[in-house]
Design a protein around this ligand. Structure first.
Ligand code: ADP
Length: 630
């Protein structure tokens, strides 16, 4: 049959593999064994509803053959197998080739080979050690068998072959040894033994290989006889069924990396066993980095589901709430039936109970981490905090109780992260609200006109650096009894009774001027008023109750409805600033000129707030005129 070329991304990934200088080339064996194990799982699963898929029990194994003479390493299984189309689809293109993020990462990887393992590059990793690969496969329920052969760089050929058994046989022609790399080690018994123990011990099918056994020679005491015997290399006890005390951290790490296609150790392992109403074992992991596509649509959350150690289903979403969707892992419960389907799963009472219990466990694991390993928690939060915040405002705030103590904000106190609990516990007695300010950076927020006054009062301000933060606060409304209050919105209620009286007096005295300023600005503002939130700055613009300035900014970026949602703006003037005295003077002498001052001051306030001004050219011209006059 004609030679076919790999799809573009596959080709690039292959080139990476072929020329890899990756130090962990040995992971190829784990990848091939894990594919074989998956194939056996699939066959088993299909056989539950269709007996034609059933396999002989003795065939439910993975076999490794070492051929010193031909330098070939063979991995064989009797799993579902692949027909010609599947060979083409699965090995000719990589599954993720459609995704833009993956393509980007490939580009990055071409500069530093860190991509390997990160994307579960799986099968292709065999090209790190093999110069030529043959995959012989016969799919279950089919008579014909096919081979797929490739040397990597020059495409692949699929041809029909004769193969009596269902399943897949992968033949690796190992690369020639070099000074740096002895590929022939993969033909040594102890290397393979080691690798299987290290990476694949838990695989629940026997991994068999012919091994050398020495026994004393019964005819001659001083001699030993060497025989070749088939041996099972793995213990097959699933890691999660071993007692916690018997598991080393490295074992958890290797298990996680092998099974969940990560290349870094997990940040946290949650392993526990529940007996009672519903019994199950869970082995959960929090990744130490967000997966490359975590915040994209193609990220598929969910846990693996096992029953009686038997794999049932991957990516079961119903087992873990969306706001904890970063958790990877598996659940094994003997209370579930083996042939449960995805549809039944959703309504299954046991599954619901398990899900509830998992949620509680994750929550308390996170709370523990926050309490006892603060810096680890902050790292976690940098990775997945966004997802927790999203969880708070999703579903009309239904889950805020669960999540409100898990979120962190930077604050004006020392720029460090603070929880809402810490914030409210350390606030001064006279402070009622939880103050926050939105902005892109800490510097930008610190420079906001209203900050100075709050600082004077020793009130801490939360920095809302993320667009979603304000959604979080508006859904929560309050934490314990303390309402959230934007420093740029409504009335901050910072004044003492005396100060209030003073303000009222000033407002009364300047009533006409304030009205003139408002008239000059028309419906650009709802009101012009005397401020009690300003200390050093002459003016600021704030939002009335309702839509905030930040929300207006956020909504205006929505291409579906630009400019639809507007904050109702109020221009506030600092009565203690020299600009105020100047305004009074102008108003008294030539009230017509007040118009330009009003418009310049409003634009200035908008600019400080990071909001667009209507007519920058007119603004610049007015400023220039005023400069000339001054
Ligand atoms: P992944 O395992 O992450 O999907 P791989 O590149 O390792 O990626 O494999 C691609 C696909 O090829 C698998 O999803 C599977 O459908 C198929 N495949 C690989 N090895 C086998 C095998 N031994 N038996 C049956 N199918 C296999």
């Amino acid at each position: 049959m004609a030679k076919k070329q790999f799809k573009a991304e596959s080709k690039r990934l292959l080139d990476l593999m072929i020329n890899s200088i990756y130090t962990n080339k040995e992971i190829f064996l784990r990848e091939l064994i894990s594919n074989a194990s998956d194939a056996l799982d699939k066959r088993h699963y299909l056989s539950l509803t269709d007996p034609k898929y059933s396999a002989d029990k003795k065939d439910l194994k993975i076999t490794i053959e070492r051929h010193q003479d031909t330098r070939q390493l063979v991995i064989e299984d009797h799993g579902v197998g692949m027909n010609a189309e599947e060979l083409e689809k699965n090995l000719g293109t990589i599954a993720k080739s459609g995704s833009a993020e993956f393509r980007e990462s490939l580009e990055k990887a071409e500069k530093n080979v860190d991509i390997i393992g990160q994307f579960g590059v799986g099968f292709y990793s065999a090209f790190m050690v093999a110069k030529h690969i043959t995959v012989e496969s016969r799919a279950a329920k089919e008579d014909k068998a096919y081979s797929w052969t490739s040397s990597g760089d020059d495409g692949y050929v699929i041809s029909e072959i004769q193969k009596d058994t269902v399943g897949t046989r992968i033949i690796l022609d190992l690369k020639d040894d070099t000074d740096d790399e002895k590929y022939s080690k993969y033909l040594e018994e102890f290397t393979i033994r080691d690798l299987v123990k290290k990476y694949s011990d838990y695989v629940r099918y026997p991994i068999e290989m012919e091994c050398t056994k020495s026994a004393p020679d019964p005819t001659d005491k001083d001699k030993t006889i060497e025989t070749q015997e088939i041996e099972t290399l793995n213990s097959m006890v699933p890691l999660w069924k071993k007692p916690k005390s018997k598991i080393k951290p490295e074992q958890y790490n290797e298990f996680y990396k092998g099974k969940f296609n990560d290349w870094e150790d997990p940040q946290k392992v949650i392993h526990y066993n529940v007996e009672g109403n519903v019994s199950y074992t869970a082995l959960l992991f929090i990744p130490s980095k967000a997966p490359y596509n975590f915040y994209y649509q193609d990220f598929e959350p969910g846990l693996q589901l096992y029953s009686h150690n038997v794999f049932i289903m991957d990516k079961v979403k119903d087992l873990v709430p969306e706001y904890f969707r970063f958790v990877q892992g598996l659940v094994d419960s003997d209370d579930l039936s083996l042939n449960i389907s995805r549809e039944i799963l959703q309504q299954d009472r046991q599954v619901k109970l398990i899900a509830k219990s998992i949620e509680k466990k994750i929550q308390s694991a996170l709370e523990d981490m926050l309490k006892n390993e603060r810096s680890e928690y902050e790292k976690f939060f940098d990775n997945f905090g966004l997802n927790l915040k999203y969880g708070i405002y999703k579903d009309y705030g239904m889950h805020k109780e669960t999540l409100q103590d898990l979120i962190l904000f930077h604050s004006s106190k020392d720029g460090k992260y603070v929880t809402l609990k810490e914030y409210t516990e350390r606030m001064p007695k006279d402070q009622k609200a939880i103050y926050y300010a939105c902005g892109k950076t800490i510097d930008e927020i610190s420079a906001l006109p209203s900050m100075a006054k709050l600082k004077d009062k020793n009130y801490e301000v939360l920095y809302f650096l993320d667009e979603r933060d304000e959604f979080v606060s508006s859904i929560m409304q309050k934490y314990t009894d303390h309402p959230f209050q934007s420093i740029n919105k409504g009335d901050l209620d910072l004044d003492s009774e005396e100060e209030k009286k003073e303000k009222e007096k000033k407002t009364e005295e300047n009533k006409d001027m304030l009205t003139a300023l408002k008239d000059a600005l028309g419906d650009k503002v709802k009101e012009v008023r005397i401020s009690s939130r300003l200390k050093d700055d002459p003016v600021c613009v704030v939002a009335d109750e309702g839509v905030s300035l930040e929300m207006e900014k956020y909504m205006s970026q929505d291409p579906m409805n630009p400019n639809k949602v507007k904050a109702s703006k109020i221009l506030e003037i600092n009565p203690d600033h020299p600009v105020f005295a100047k305004l009074q003077k102008i108003y008294a002498s030539s009230p017509d000129e007040l118009k330009d001052y009003a418009s310049v001051l409003l634009d200035q306030a908008l600019l400080i707030q990071g909001l667009p001004i209507e007519d920058p050219v007119a603004y610049a011209k007015k400023v220039a005129d005023l400069l000339v006059k001054a």
